[in-house]
Design a binder for this molecule. Structure first.
Ligand code: SF4
Length: 434
């Protein structure tokens, strides 16, 4: 088949995903073009909801069948609103399709009918390329999914945990070194310290293995208290947090720590920052400690999504919070950065588009992706209920078969649903969905 895949030719961001898809299609004998009309189908690889406006523009610019793939395809009810087909999962089974009819009729391709798709999980690791994205930078897939199952994490509930072989990763590293490239091996975690100069690790794994001086280690801490971390994320204790700061200072390793606002109480965060300031003051790390903040997005597939109607804007963190914390931590060490989270309205817009099942819903929320200040916090909160997007039922993906099903409200698959909300149900009463 001839596929128009304009992103592969014109955009540099997410170049790795485009190259993986393009390599798989070309090896299977298909041809790629930029021509949106002289092709069997147009492909759009979508990682994130922020690309939704591009999808809408692409829909308007071609009359050929449009097929969406990429991570966003798991939100197939939203993606199909501006496409003819949504390929859910990995690209290798798609590449094996010989005709457009075969592709659109495949169980992993959602076309809007009553049958829910089966996510394609087949990865041909031997075909995954080392992808150079800049003069001295390259990426390579080390794994998919995650051995963890954090209750807010859509990746781990949509992707079975698969890893590339150690031999192939070593070969990729050798190839990158030969070409003078800094190689980033993409994976959700490593436990052996062998992932390169920037490594994603579980904090507990980081405590177990020595890391070379000068490396960056990225760990998810997520929540402010031991209780929240145990209930909704990873059971990291305050003592382990302190040990991580001590080890990073001793090894001169930079730490990037990811946090999620919107769940814990504000006073819990203040106490967290106080504790951290104490560790920094005591151990005086000579390399960077970078705190990153996101605000919680309730997403289908995750156990936490069942709590979506408890969303409480008063718990969402703001740039004023993170600025204040930066000043406080800077008093302990100059080697600290604190990133600001997106405002509540932006998170609401993201949820609104992802959960949309009608064009009316998608079109209401879409402008808020770029201009979230068009609503007040209260307006955005009210609209989450009034537009009906929170009525989208939870989705479940069977990690052994890839089959997606809809969960009826009140039903549970026995996943590790978060226990009672920390702070004791102080979220607002949800108004009736309109
Ligand atoms: S948040 Fe990180 S550790 Fe937790 S399941 Fe997701 S990828 Fe794994």
């Amino acid at each position: 088949m001839v596929f128009a895949f304009p992103q592969f030719f014109t955009q540099r961001t997410r170049f790795l995903a485009y190259t993986v898809v393009a390599t798989a299609l070309q090896r299977a004998g298909h041809t790629l073009t930029e021509d949106l009309e002289r092709c069997d189908a147009v492909l759009f690889s979508m990682c994130d909801v922020m690309e939704y406006p591009q999808l809408v523009r692409l829909r308007r610019s071609t009359g050929r069948p449009l097929i969406v793939g990429g991570s966003y395809a798991y939100h197939f009810r939203s993606a199909i609103l501006y496409a003819d087909g949504v390929w859910v999962g990995e690209c290798y089974e798609m590449a094996a399709c010989r005709t457009l009819e075969e592709l659109l009729g495949h169980p992993s391709c959602y076309t809007g009918g009553p049958d829910l798709p089966r996510a394609s999980t087949l990865i041909r690791w031997e075909e995954v390329p080392v992808c150079q994205t800049a003069p001295h930078k390259a990426y390579y897939w080390g794994g998919q999914g995650c051995k963890g199952k954090c209750s807010f994490c859509v990746t781990s509930w949509t992707h079975p945990h698969q890893v590339n072989s150690r031999a192939r990763i070593q070969a990729a590293k050798a190839e990158a070194a030969r070409r003078g490239l800094h190689l980033m091996v993409c994976s959700n975690e490593y436990d052996d310290g062998g992932g390169g100069r920037t490594q994603d690790m579980l904090l507990r794994d980081y405590l177990q293995v020595p890391i070379r001086r000068g490396c960056w280690v990225r760990v998810g801490v997520e929540f402010a208290t031991e209780l929240s971390r145990r209930q909704a994320g990873k059971p990291i204790s305050d003592r382990e947090m302190e040990a991580a700061i001590e080890k990073a200072a001793r090894e001169r390793v930079s730490l990037r720590m990811f946090h999620i606002g919107g769940w814990d109480l504000r006073e819990d965060w203040e106490a967290y920052i106080d504790r951290l300031a104490g560790y920094l003051d005591h151990y005086r790390p000579g390399s960077m400690v970078h705190l990153m903040y996101n605000n919680l997005q309730y997403q289908q597939y995750t156990p936490l999504y069942r709590r979506r109607r408890e969303i409480d804007p008063e718990r969402y963190l703001t740039i004023q919070d993170t600025r204040r914390w930066f000043d406080r931590l800077r008093a302990a060490t100059p080697h600290v950065l604190v990133g600001a989270p997106s405002p509540f309205q932006h998170v609401a817009a993201r949820m609104g588009v992802e959960l949309a099942r009608t064009r009316e819903q998608a079109d209401f929320w879409r402008p808020g992706l770029r201009d979230s200040r068009r609503w007040t916090v209260q307006e955005a909160y009210d609209a989450l209920f009034a537009t009906g997007v929170l009525d989208a039922p939870p989705l479940r993906l069977d990690l052994s078969t890839g089959q997606i099903t809809e969960e009826r409200e009140g039903e549970s698959d026995g996943g590790d649903e978060a226990a009672d909300r920390p702070g004791g149900g102080q979220g607002r009463e949800a108004p009736d969905a309109g």
